[in-house]
Design a protein around this ligand. Structure first.
Ligand code: DNO
Length: 391
């Protein structure tokens, strides 16, 4: 696998020079200055590519070329937006960038309730607390019928929490769920007017009446429309799984399980329609046997995100150290190294540690925490490569 790193562009506090020193080979980034739906001009792609090359690295993966909400819910501008998307793909292809991560999650990209959950060793990790999540849905968003989506005991705990929660904690929850985790991922919540909660409600509106089957059809429509360009320019599309892999806020989600991935790969059965194997997102669902999924989907995997969660009682989960969560990452390294194709891999998130907390990094994207994880995964890769040599 190729060791890659998500880097947020020339203003990222983590410089390309730092990344070279820690063994990074390829860069994962995006033209963050463009909103979803805007064309990525070839000149801008080349400028960033040259900037990266000047530091002795290469731009390996785009994460993400965002799919506009109107493509996801099939709004009136869908076809025009798809045309722009195709043009951006072609521009990337002309520059020799062929791996494109995107997601098809309505409105909300990934979700966490606590971005600074203290761990016993003094680091902090990203955390998901089901009761707090339900609190946001039921009490803050006040979504109609939200109570019905949670077990009775969770709803009772939400009522109990309502008697003790402070305004600061409520703010922190909103911030974690729909501000800080969304601001840098080029999602629809990134900017705009009004309070984030009001904006979130408005963004959910067009999805009324769109169920899982309809969203699947909209994904199929999008993929069929872009496949000719993908084949022509060898563009490897890789959908990012839903994180966490379950229905949330009454919005359909369609990349949560092995069945979902099987469906989307066979709906458009083309090598260029593939997956980002995000082991961490998939591992947050107890229903997912992540190692079996890696074995099954490796041939259509174009990009690997390595991390793992620990599942906790009550539907909660925490992002675990790379060496001991519920997924055996050594086995995943074996599977993807065996697949060959020098698949780009990034360690995804890391702990916040050793001063990371003072640097204002994007949530999950610390320097020391990710560097530690990359060191661990590099060790796994070296051991697996030795294993293969001895076979
Ligand atoms: C969070 C990430 C996601 C992911 C996008 C891809 O850290 O896993 O934001 O990059 O969903 O489109």
């Amino acid at each position: 696998m190729e060791k890659t790193w998500r880097w947020f562009g020339p203003s990222d506090k983590i410089t390309l020079e730092m990344l070279r020193q820690i063994g990074v080979e390829g860069i994962v980034t995006a033209l963050h200055q463009y909103a979803p739906g805007e064309l990525w001009p070839e000149a801008d792609i080349r400028a960033l590519q040259d900037y990266i090359a000047a530091a002795g690295l290469r731009w390996s993966v785009v994460e993400s070329l965002p799919v506009s909400e109107e493509i996801k819910y099939a709004g009136p501008r869908r076809d025009a937006l798809i045309e722009t998307y195709k043009q951006s793909l072609e521009n990337l292809g002309r520059c020799g960038i062929h791996t494109i991560c995107y997601n098809f999650m309505p409105v909300l990209d990934w979700a966490r309730t606590d971005l600074e959950h203290p761990m016993p060793d003094g680091t902090t990790a990203l955390y998901f607390d089901l009761v707090r999540f339900a609190y946001f849905d039921i009490k803050i968003l006040q979504r109609e019928g939200a109570e019905k989506d949670f077990p009775q005991e969770v709803v009772e705990k939400v009522e109990a929490l309502d008697r003790t929660i402070t305004d600061a904690e409520k703010e922190q929850l909103v911030d974690a769920l729909i501000v800080k985790t969304q601001g840098f991922v080029n999602g629809p919540l990134g900017d705009g007017d009004g309070s984030p909660v009001a904006r979130f409600r408005a963004l959910m509106e067009p999805y009324k009446g769109i169920d899982k089957a309809q969203l699947r059809e909209n994904l199929r429509y999008f993929l069929e429309a872009i496949m000719p360009v993908c084949r022509q320019w060898d563009m490897r599309m890789c959908v990012h799984p839903d994180d966490p892999p379950m229905q949330i806020f009454g919005l359909p989600r369609i990349v949560c399980s092995a069945d979902d991935i099987r469906w989307m790969l066979s709906a458009v059965d083309d090598f260029h329609n593939g997956v980002t194997f995000c082991a961490g997102s998939l591992s947050a669902g107890a229903h997912n046997d992540v190692e079996a999924m890696a074995r099954e989907f490796a041939p259509r995997t174009h990009f690997v995100h390595l991390r793992t969660c620990s599942l906790l009682p009550g539907g909660n989960f925490v992002e675990a150290p790379h060496t001991n969560g519920r997924v055996d990452l050594v086995e995943l390294v074996r599977i993807f190294e065996r697949e060959g194709r020098d698949l780009p891999m990034r360690v995804d998130h890391g702990r916040t540690m050793l001063g990371d907390e003072k640097r204002g990094y994007n949530a999950g994207y610390s320097f020391h925490g990710r560097m530690l994880a990359l060191g661990q995964v590099s060790g796994m890769m070296a051991a697996v490569q030795n294993e293969f040599k001895k076979q």
